[in-house]
Design a protein around this ligand. Structure first.
Ligand code: ZN
Length: 533
C-alpha cells in the first residue's frame, strides 16, 4: 500500500493532470518512504489509479467537476495511467477509450514533466542490468559501491515550476509544503536503483561513502533552453568560468531559483512546465575508484638518474627517473589510470641515496585493483627490484590518505646523513683535516644556491651541521661524513658557492675545495614503518 492519505487526493490529481509520472506524484506528496518508490513502476501507477478511482466512485461526477478547489482529472492523465498500465480494466480505462477517441492530443508524449523520464524509464531492473553490464566491462575489483547521479540543470527549473503549481492547491487545504520536503529526483533514483544495481553486481554492499563510485549521467537537449531566462532575471548567478562549458551549472541554477520572485518566475516560465516530447538520454557510465596510496623507501645507486622525468624544452634529458622506475610497475599492478609520486626531500641527479633509503609515496589514480595482500605487495616489491639495477625499494606497503601527511611532516626539522668525496687544491696531510672531526653544531648561513635560484626564492637560510667526520684518501682527496639539519645544501657548503654559504669548507681548510661525489646515507623520517624481510 502506498502511504497516500485522503487529503492528498486533490494534490495527486493536480500532479497527474500536469503530466507527472507516478514516482514524481509520490515525491510531491512528500512521501519519504523509500520502499514506496522501489515497487515496480506499473504497480505504483496501478495503486495511484485505484486511489483516484475511489474518489470518483464515491462522488457524483458533476460534483467533482463543480468543486472549484479540485481540478477535474484530465482526460490526458487517465490516458497516461491506463496506457502505461497496459491493461484495460476498471473505471479509468473506460474513460480512456472515450478520451482517446475524442482527444486530439492523444498522441502527445507521456514523458514526465518533472523527471523527464528518469523515474519512469530509467528506474527499474532492466536499466539496472544495463548499468551493471557497463560496470562489469570495466573490470574493477570492489566490494562496496555508491551511485552518483548527474542530472540536467533544467530539472531544477521544472521542479520549481511544479512546486509553484501545487503550492497554491496545498495552501487552500491549509497544509504546509516546504520545498525541502519534496524528495529530490536524485534521491528517489538512488532509492530505487542502488539496491538493484548492487544485486546485479553480485550483491555488493551499498555505502554512502564507498571508495567505488558508479556515475550515472542524464542529459536532455530538448529542454536545455529551460534555464536560459534565468540569466536575464539573475545575471549575478551566471558568471562565465574557464573550466565550465556552460554557465548554467546546477549550482548556479539553484542559486538563481532561490533569488527569483514567484511573480518574476511565472512571467517567464510556464506553470506547470511544458510537456517534453522526448525522455532524457543516458550518457556512458563513469566508474571511479578512490586513489590507493602506496609507501616505501628507495635507494638510488646511479649517478645519472633524476628523481622525476627530466624534460627541458619538451625534450627528455635522461632516459629514466626514480618515479618512473617505481611508479610504472605499481601502475600496472593496481591497474590504475595514473600516479603521483612524492618523497621526503629529493636528491640531485648525480647523488646516490644509500642506507635505509628515502621515504616515498605513490598515489594511484582510479585503480581497478585496489587490494593487494601483504604477500602480493612483497611480490610487487620484488618485481620493481628485479626490473632495474639503478634503484631498490623496501618497506613497500599500502597506507591511508591521512598517513600521507607524515611524509612531509617535519621535513625541515629532521636530520640527514651524507658522505661527500672532497677535492682540495692544496696538498693535505692526514693531520690537516682531523680538526674537522671536533666541530659540532656548526651554524651556517646559506644564500639560495645559484643552481636553484631559478626555482627558489632568494633568501638566506640558517642551517645546522650537527657533526662531521673525515677519512683521508690521498693528498688531494678525503671523504667527509656529515650529519645535518634537513634542507642543508651540502654541495654549497663544500665549494662555498662563491661565498654565498658561510662558513664553508674552503674557509675551514684555507684552500679551494670542491665536491666530486655525494651520497645520502640516511633520511631520518620514521615513516613508513619498516617491514621485516
Ligand atoms: Zn517523474
Amino acid at each position: 500500500m502506498l502511504p497516500l492519505k485522503e487529503k492528498d487526493k486533490p494534490l495527486v490529481q493536480k500532479l497527474l493532470s500536469a503530466g507527472c509520472c507516478a514516482r514524481c506524484v509520490l515525491r510531491f506528496c512528500c512521501i519519504g518512504v523509500q520502499a514506496a518508490y522501489r515497487q515496480p513502476y506499473q504497480d505504483i501507477l496501478k495503486e495511484i489509479q485505484a486511489f483516484i478511482s475511489d474518489e470518483e466512485n464515491n462522488k457524483p461526477q458533476d460534483a467533482a467537476v463543480a468543486d472549484p478547489t479540485v481540478d477535474p482529472p484530465s482526460k490526458k492523465m487517465k490516458l497516461d495511467v491506463a496506457e502505461a498500465d497496459g491493461q484495460s480494466e476498471g473505471d479509468a480505462s473506460a474513460h480512456l477509450v472515450t478520451s482517446q477517441q475524442s482527444d486530439p492530443e492523444a498522441e502527445e508524449s507521456h514523458v514526465c514533466v518533472a523527471c523527464l523520464g528518469i523515474l519512469q524509464e530509467y528506474s527499474g531492473r532492466s536499466h539496472a542490468v544495463k548499468v551493471s553490464e557497463a560496470v562489469k566491462k570495466e573490470n574493477y575489483k570492489f566490494d562496496t559501491m555508491v551511485l552518483s547521479v548527474s542530472l540536467p540543470a533544467q530539472l531544477c527549473v521544472r521542479e520549481h515550476s511544479l512546486w509553484l503549481h501545487v503550492k497554491k492547491e496545498v495552501r487552500q487545504k491549509s497544509m504546509a509544503l516546504d520545498k525541502d520536503d519534496v524528495a529530490q529526483v536524485k534521491e528517489a533514483f538512488k532509492w530505487v536503483m542502488q539496491g538493484l544495481v548492487a544485486r546485479e553486481l553480485g550483491g555488493v554492499a551499498v555505502f554512502t561513502k564507498s571508495a567505488f563510485e558508479i556515475g550515472v549521467e542524464f542529459t536532455h537537449p530538448e529542454t536545455d533552453a529551460d534555464c536560459h531566462f534565468l540569466a536575464g532575471a539573475c545575471p549575478d548567478c551566471f558568471k562565465p568560468t574557464k573550466t565550465k562549458q556552460s554557465v548554467f551549472t546546477r549550482m548556479a541554477v539553484v542559486k538563481a531559483l532561490e533569488k527569483i520572485t514567484d511573480a518574476k518566475f511565472l512571467k517567464h516560465y510556464p506553470c506547470p512546465p511544458a510537456r517534453p516530447s522526448t525522455k532524457c538520454s543516458h550518457q556512458d557510465i563513469q566508474c571511479l575508484h578512490a586513489s590507493v596510496f602506496v609507501a616505501g623507501r628507495y635507494n638510488k645507486f646511479c649517478r645519472s638518474l633524476p628523481q622525476t622525468p627530466w624534460v627541458i624544452d619538451g625534450e627528455r634529458r635522461m632516459e629514466s627517473s626514480v618515479e618512473e622506475l617505481i611508479g610504472t610497475p605499481l601502475l600496472s599492478a593496481f591497474r590504475a589510470n595514473g600516479f603521483n609520486f612524492s618523497s621526503s626531500g629529493r636528491e640531485d641527479v648525480d647523488v646516490r641515496t644509500l642506507g635505509n633509503g628515502r621515504p616515498f609515496a605513490v598515489e594511484l589514480l582510479n585503480p581497478h585493483q585496489s587490494r593487494l595482500t601483504k604477500v602480493e605487495m612483497k611480490q610487487l616489491q620484488q618485481t620493481v627490484n628485479e626490473s632495474t639495477e639503478k634503484i631498490r625499494v623496501r618497506d613497500l606497503q599500502i597506507v591511508t590518505r591521512e598517513d600521507m601527511g607524515r611524509l612531509k611532516e617535519g621535513e625541515e626539522e629532521k636530520t640527514k646523513q651524507y658522505t661527500a668525496l672532497v677535492w682540495t687544491q692544496k696538498a693535505i696531510a692526514k693531520e690537516d683535516i682531523t680538526f674537522i672531526d671536533d666541530i659540532k653544531e656548526l651554524t651556517i648561513d646559506q644564500k639560495t644556491p645559484l643552481r636553484v635560484l631559478h626555482r627558489r626564492v632568494l633568501a638566506v637560510r640558517q642551517r645546522v651541521i650537527h657533526n662531521m667526520s673525515t677519512r683521508f684518501i690521498d693528498p688531494h682527496h678525503f671523504h667527509l661524513g656529515l650529519k645535518t639539519q634537513a634542507g642543508t645544501y651540502i654541495k654549497e657548503f663544500v665549494h662555498g658557492d662563491f661565498g654565498r654559504t658561510k662558513p664553508n669548507m674552503c674557509q675551514l681548510l684555507e684552500t679551494d675545495t670542491d665536491i666530486l661525489e655525494l651520497d645520502v646515507e640516511s633520511v631520518d623520517v620514521d615513516w613508513p614503518p619498516a617491514i621485516p624481510e
